[in-house]
Design a protein around this ligand. Structure first.
Ligand code: SF4
Length: 249
């Protein structure tokens, strides 16, 4: 697909940021992004999953008022919602947004809330991708907690990447599972309660299972289907965002 001029410029900008800052430590990347590169035009997207506390804690050290966007799909474990509230309180984050699917779309397409059993791609689209595009539209950049080690599909994940006219930043891209564990212990961060039950990557309740020791952390997501990503990090989001230019948002 040919890129529009703005998108090409932003893609160049992301490559330049990656070349210059891609090997900094996560704390330095976050400070750079919040205090120097994007100021008030940056948010963080958090699933409040197994390792989410690390990124949120790092961000809280820089600016507790950084907007936190949580995709409230309506299908989360109750434990995740309680963990979200506890963690936000503990870290003192002051600007947390629950992002909901469009109610009319749910009414029209998933009136019984069972679409995850019949059409997971569409369910993720209406509960995650479309809400995510709406949520990040007002910002020039957003941060995620994605890591290279999480799955073979993320091996080459950069710290800085472009998504249409916007920049996505993955400050923890190069950290290992041990780095995360060490950080959580050193900073006394509370674990998601389901980690103790074998859940190492935690998403919606109907599509998340615990994994065995040594298995890929994300193998419990959409287990038994070909699906490996919900789409919020893939081209569906780019397509959705391409309808919303920065000047519109
Ligand atoms: Fe639906 Fe499952 Fe996707 Fe959640 S993870 S939006 S329940 S298909």
């Amino acid at each position: 697909m040919l890129l529009e001029t703005n998108e090409r410029t932003v893609a160049d900008e992301a490559r330049a940021l990656q070349a210059r800052y891609g090997n900094l430590e996560p704390a330095d990347i976050i400070e750079l992004a919040i205090d120097h590169l994007f100021n008030e035009e940056i948010a963080v997207v958090s699933s409040f999953g197994a390792e989410s506390s690390v990124l949120l804690h790092l961000i809280a050290q820089v600016d507790r008022a950084t907007p936190v966007l949580f995709l409230e799909t309506g299908k989360h474990f109750p434990a995740t919602l309680r963990y979200r509230d506890e963690l936000v309180g503990e870290l003192g984050m002051t600007d947390v947004h629950d992002i909901h699917p469009l109610q009319q779309t749910l009414k029209d397409e998933d009136p019984y809330g069972a679409m995850s059993m019949t059409n997971k791609d569409r369910c993720c689209y209406i509960r995650k991708v479309e809400p995510m595009a709406r949520a990040v539209a007002p910002y020039r950049a957003w941060m995620t907690g994605r890591k290279q080690f999480q799955a073979s599909t993320r091996n080459a994940l950069p710290v800085f990447e472009s998504v249409g006219e916007r920049i996505r930043i993955n400050p923890l891209a190069q950290w290992t599972s041990a780095d995360l564990q060490n950080y959580m212990v050193a900073n006394h961060l509370p674990p998601h309660p389901l980690v103790a039950e074998g859940y190492r990557s935690i998403g919606c309740m109907p599509c998340t299972q615990p994994v065995k020791e040594g298995e890929d952390a994300r193998s419990g997501r959409w287990a038994g289907s070909d699906k490996t990503e919900c789409g919020i990090h893939l081209t569906g989001l780019t397509d959705q965002l391409s309808n919303i230019s920065l000047t519109d948002s």
